[in-house]
Ligand binder design. Structure first.
Ligand code: NDP
Ligand code: MG
Length: 380
């Protein structure tokens, strides 16, 4: 039996990870969780899964839950995230918290030798070099949960890195795939949150609509698979059936397909190197689907994707700025403070105001992350 620490247990990926534990109670034991502010759901998770350690975001919730569940261990805040991540009885950290707040817990869990199943892509974007270095040094496996990266990881089983010609990440196009830039001027938060294929947390749904999600995934792929940006392509594929592909130097292409269901990549990361059944999954029926569509990415239509390639190629602290500016701008959009297209304007301004620092340490990354959020908020 594998024991798990799950950060972000109340979120979209978190709750789907719990579904996998329900499917395979004999395989997985939930030892520690972190949650944000959804305390009602936290109570249900405690009752059903009985984790030993629970980390909440605020001290007020910490005091409330401690009084309700005197037998459990509670902790809170950013320190609490780390405590849950490094919990000594856990073998695996599933990091499904949102945003670069997930960086330090990931690094600490790696230092403790935990296997990392990573959904939290902001961690890899903001400080991929630190995470990869630490994972190599501690001989820790970093298993992708993001569906595109899981697809690539699956396609690469038994293959050699030297034979890879390029990765092809597929992109659904998000909520506004078929709208022109001028039609994007007045779109609302509700429209942006209405993703055609996937049901996900609010931030990543907006990231899909701006195409920043694919930009973050390009940088995530660069780190996970140690490939240069010239070997990472993006292809628009509106059905989200092919989750991504790898082209090899003999021109052969291996793709991973399936109905859009995040439980598949979550479960693959947890069961790796084995593959478990998913009896509640929807099997793929290609005859019923009939046709799959593909289209070249338009970098001017989806400027955030272009920014991500540029920031990734510059490297150093530039991806940290890209990520922090995006987190701040998306939060402002969700709060109704800015219009949809201002998200990319704010990111562009943050990137052009920044001078990159090469090989940044953790403290430099954290400082740049904080300054960038302040810079973006000062422009609102
Ligand atoms: P959600 O917003 O649904 O969930 C985020 C989780 O993190 C919740 O448990 C939330 O707590 C918690 N949280 C948020 N902020 C903090 C904080 N400051 N401190 C502690 N906990 C916090 O996000 P998703 O599940 O959609 O995404 C999680 C990560 O997975 C992201 O990095 C995303 O990019 C990635 N991902 C998601 C996919 C998806 O299908 N959803 C697909 C691929 C990657 P609470 O709700 O209790 O406040
Ligand atoms: Mg993805």
């Amino acid at each position: 039996m594998k024991t798990i620490s799950l950060l972000g247990a109340t979120g979209s990926i978190g709750t789907q990870t719990l579904d996998i534990f329900r499917e395979h109670p004999e395989e997985y034991k939930l030892a520690a969780i972190s949650v944000g502010k959804n305390i009602d759901l936290t109570r249900k998770i405690i009752a059903e899964f009985q984790p030993e350690l629970v980390s909440v975001q605020t001290m007020a919730d910490y005091n409330t839950l401690k009084a309700e569940f005197p037998m459990l261990k509670f902790t809170f805040g950013e320190e609490g995230l780390i405590e849950a991540a490094v919990y000594d009885k856990s073998d695996i950290l599933v990091n499904a918290v949102l945003g670069s707040v997930g960086l330090n817990p990931t690094l600490q869990a790696i230092e403790c030798g935990k296997t990392i199943a990573i959904a939290n892509k902001e961690t890899l974007v903001t400080a991929g070099h630190l995470v990869i270095e630490a994972a190599k040094k501690n001989n820790v496996a970093l298993l992708p949960v993001d569906s595109e990266h899981s697809a690539i990881f699956q396609a690469l089983q038994g293959e050699k890195e030297k034979n890879i010609e390029r990765l092809i990440l597929t992109a659904s196009g998000g909520s506004f795939r078929d709208r022109t830039r001028s039609e994007l001027e007045q779109v609302t938060v509700e429209e942006a949150l209405n993703h055609p294929n996937w049901s996900m947390g609010a931030k990543i749904t907006i990231d899909s609509a701006t195409m920043m999600n694919k930009g973050l995934e390009v940088i995530e792929a660069h780190w996970l698979f140690s490939l240069g940006y010239e070997k990472i392509d993006v292809l628009l594929h509106k059905e989200s059936i092919i989750h991504s592909m790898v082209e090899f130097h003999d021109t052969s292409v291996i793709a991973q397909l399936g109905t859009p269901d995040m439980r598949v990549p979550i479960q693959f990361a947890l069961s790796y190197p084995d593959r478990l059944p998913l009896t509640t999954g929807n099997r793929l029926n290609l005859a019923q689907i009939g046709t799959l569509h593909f289209q070249e990415m338009d970098m001017e239509r989806f400027r955030c994707l272009k920014f991500a390639y540029e920031a990734g190629k510059i490297g150093g602290t530039m991806p940290t700025v890209l990520n922090a500016a995006n987190e701040a701008a998306v939060a402002a959009f969700l709060e109704g403070k800015i219009r949809f297209l201002q998200i990319e304007d704010l990111i562009e301004q943050a990137l052009s105001a920044h001078q990159t620092t090469r090989h940044p340490s953790l403290s430099v990354i954290q400082e740049v992350d904080k300054e960038t959020r302040q810079f973006v908020n000062s422009l609102l």
